[in-house]
Write a protein that binds this ligand. Structure first.
Ligand code: F6R
Length: 245
């Protein structure tokens, strides 16, 4: 079941999800978390760091997997998702580096995704999966298409995603063309999913998702979340501006 929840602003959303992390780690010290990058989860990661410094959480046995990564950027590149996660979360909590996993394609020519799939399969079901949403409905880098991949695969980013993500790069033409991403079945393999949608740019896709509740459509990959039993879509006032919440 998918629940839409409207909150005042991104920090209220961050607080609500951070409470779930506290409870989750109290119940299970070796919890498995699924993380996203991009702007949407940044307030949450700030709150997770704050809670850790306040002694409310302990990640020493926790494990994490990330949704996706650009192909062609080294893990030390400032725009790589590996770098993002270290800078925005991992370097500030006590999760062990060996327990954090961001997809990494070592050989750009082979484009072999089996290594990351093995990691996902070995860490098992995520206790909490964090998602953002693209303005075209993508989750992870599962872009709108006639059919969607169940598992880890290489994807060519759509023009709209390249445009949206170019804000982090010097120019649009240096945004990597390809990425590796978990597939839809991998994303759904989570006990609880929290999707964060904030800001006016997300109002239209949230409106579509809200108005097509219960229907899955590969042209709107986020609609696959309607197949999940415990998914909460947290929207701030701007992202909720076209829906009657
Ligand atoms: C990032 C990811 C993407 C983003 C989405 C929204 O790991 O998987 O699906 O969540 O592109 O990005 P922001 O939050 O920057 O609007």
């Amino acid at each position: 079941m998918v629940k839409f929840v409207k909150m005042r602003d991104p920090s209220e959303i961050a607080e609500a999800i951070a409470k779930e992390f506290i409870t989750q780690l109290q119940i299970k010290r070796d919890s498995v978390f699924g993380f996203a990058t991009g702007s949407s989860p940044i307030p949450l990661y700030k709150k997770l760091i704050e809670d850790f410094h306040n002694g409310l959480t302990d990640y020493c046995l926790a494990k994490s997997v990330n949704l996706d990564e650009y192909i062609g950027l080294s893990p030390n590149h400032e725009q790589s998702y590996a770098y993002f996660m270290k800078k925005n979360l991992f370097d500030h909590i006590n999760i062990m580096p060996k327990n954090t996993h961001v997809p990494d394609i070592k050989d750009n020519y082979l484009k072999d995704t089996s290594e990351y799939q093995k990691i996902l399969d070995s860490v098992g079901q995520r206790d909490i999966q964090i998602l953002g949403i693209g303005t075209n409905g993508h989750i992870g880098f599962n872009e709108p298409a006639a059919s969607l991949h169940a598992h880890t695969h290489i994807v060519r980013l759509t023009d709209s995603t390249t445009k949206a993500n170019s804000r982090f790069f010097k120019s649009e033409d240096v945004v990597p063309e390809y990425a590796i991403t978990m597939g839809i079945a991998d994303i759904l393999n989570s006990r609880k999913i929290f999707l964060i949608a904030t800001g006016c740019s997300k109002a239209s896709i949230i409106e579509t998702l809200y108005n097509t509740q219960g229907f899955v459509n590969p042209q709107n990959p986020a609609s696959m979340l309607f197949l999940h039993s415990d998914c909460t879509i947290l929207v701030d006032e701007d992202a909720a501006s076209n829906i009657p919440l």
